[in-house]
Write a protein that binds this ligand. Structure first.
Ligand code: RAM
Length: 359
C-alpha cells in the first residue's frame, strides 16, 4: 500500500467510527468509556534532530521522517549541529520549543545529557520520539532500527565466522557517548564470551567524523599490527576503514572488516580481501516509522503505552515486511527506560546483493 493512500484510509476509518457512534447515538447511549477513533491532525510541525547534519546515514533517515510527514500535510525541519555532542543538539531543542513544534524526532548523542532540555519540550506538550540513538528521558518513545542485542551479537558472529573464531579484534565506534553505539558494544562484549580464542584488544572512537575515524584507525593498525578483525558499528567508521584498507590491501590482506554500513558506500569494497559481509537496515524506513509515530502519538491516534499498535505501511525497499508495530519495553536489564518500537531485523549485505540497494 502506498503512503499516500493512508490519509484516505485514516479518514475513512474515522468516518466509519463516527457513523457507528452516530447510529448508536440515535437508539441508545454510547457505552461508558467508548471513544471515537482519532485521526492524524491536519497539520503539524516536527523538529528532526539528527546526531549531526552531515552524516549521510542521518540525512537518509531524516528524509524518511520528512516523507512520512509530507504525506499527511505536516512539515519537518532538520536542525542539529555538525559534531556529535549533546551540547550541539541543545539549540535545536530550544528552537523546537520556540517554534511551538508538535513533536521532536531525535537521535541522541548522549543518553541523559539532553534530558533537561527535552523535559522543557515535553512540558510544552511536544511529543518526544527517539530514533537511531535513544535518549533516556521522560515520556520518550524510541523507534529502534532492530533488536539491540541482535545487532551487537550478530556482528560478532559474522566476524567470528570470517576469522575462524580466532585472533585479536578491535571496535571502531562513533562518539563515545552515543547511546546506540554503547548499547551495541555492550552486547558485542556479551557475545564475545562465547569465543574464548578471540580477544577484543581496543575500542576507539571516530566521532562519526571521517577524519577522526581515519586517525584512530591508523593508530589502531600501528598499535596492533596483528589484528584479525575490526567491527565498526557506524556507517562513517566502516566506510572510512573500508576505503583505507582498500588502498593498503597487500599490507592488510588478512584483516577482516565488518559492522554497519550503507550499501551505497560499501558496494565498491564488498567482496575484496577485507570486506565480505556487513549489516544494516533501511534508514529511510526507520525515519518514516519515526515520522508516523510522531504524528500518530501527537494526534492521540496511538498512545505511547506498552501493547499499543501502529498500523502503517512498510515502504522503501523490501527490507521490512511488517505492516504493524507494537510498543514494547526495552530489553530487560538494558538500563534503557524508554518504550520501544522495533523496525525489523538487521539485513546482511554481501557481494551477491550489495549492488541491489541504492541507500
Ligand atoms: C552511523 C551513526 C548512526 C548509526 C549508523 C549505523 O551513521 O552512528 O547512529 O545508527 O552509523
Amino acid at each position: 500500500m502506498k503512503l499516500e493512500s493512508l490519509k484516505h484510509r485514516a479518514s475513512k476509518k474515522a468516518l466509519i467510527a463516527v457513523s457507528i457512534v452516530g447510529m448508536f447515538a440515535g437508539v441508545c447511549a454510547i457505552p461508558a468509556g467508548a471513544v471515537a477513533a482519532k485521526t492524524i491532525a491536519s497539520k503539524g510541525l516536527v523538529y528532526i534532530i539528527p546526531k549531526d547534519t552531515t552524516n549521510p546515514y542521518e540525512v537518509i533517515a531524516d528524509n524518511g521522517v520528512k516523507a512520512a510527514l509530507k504525506t499527511e500535510g505536516w512539515r519537518g525541519v532538520v536542525d542539529s549541529g555538525t559534531t556529535d555532542t549533546a551540547a550541539a543538539q541543545e539549540p535545536a531543542i530550544q528552537a523546537a520549543i520556540a517554534a511551538k513544534a508538535s513533536a521532536i524526532v531525535i537521535a541522541a548523542n548522549d543518553p541523559k545529557a539532553l534530558c533537561p532540555e527535552l523535559e522543557k519540550a515535553r512540558r510544552a506538550k511536544i511529543t518526544i520520539i527517539g530514533f537511531d540513538s535513544d535518549n533516556y528521558c521522560a515520556g520518550n518513545l524510541f523507534i529502534n532500527q532492530a533488536n539491540t542485542q541482535e545487532i551487537g551479537a550478530s556482528e560478532v558472529d559474522l566476524l567470528a565466522g570470517e576469522i575462524n573464531d580466532t585472533g585479536q579484534i578491535a571496535i571502531l565506534s562513533a562518539a563515545a557517548t552515543a547511546t546506540n553505539q554503547n548499547a551495541w558494544i555492550g552486547y558485542m562484549k556479551q557475545e564475545l564470551t562465547k569465543f574464548p580464542n578471540i580477544s577484543l584488544v581496543a575500542t576507539v572512537y571516530g566521532n562519526d567524523d571521517p577524519t577522526v575515524s581515519l586517525t584512530v584507525l591508523q593508530g589502531l593498525l600501528t598499535q596492533y599490527p596483528n589484528l584479525a578483525g575490526i567491527i565498526s558499528p557506524t556507517t562513517v567508521g566502516i566506510s572510512t576503514a573500508a576505503q583505507y584498507l582498500s588502498t593498503h590491501e597487500s599490507q592488510y590482506s588478512n584483516l577482516i572488516l565488518t559492522g554497519l554500513g550503507l550499501p551505497s558506500q560499501m558496494g565498491t569494497y564488498t567482496g575484496n580481501d577485507n570486506v565480505k559481509a556487513f549489516e544494516l537496515w533501511n534508514p529511510f524506513d526507520l525515519g518514516s516509522l519515526a515520522g508516523w509515530a510522531a504524528m500518530e502519538i501527537h494526534s492521540g491516534v496511538v498512545q505511547n503505552k506498552v501493547g499499543a499498535t501502529f498500523t502503517i505501511p512498510a515502504k522503501g525497499t523490501k527490507l521490512v515486511e511488517a505492516k504493524s508495530w507494537t510498543v514494547t519495553k526495552a530489553i530487560a536489564g538494558s538500563g534503557d527506560p524508554s518504550n520501544f518500537v522495533t523496525l525489523g531485523a538487521p539485513f546482511v549485505f554481501t557481494a551477491a546483493n550489495v549492488k541491489n540497494f541504492n541507500f
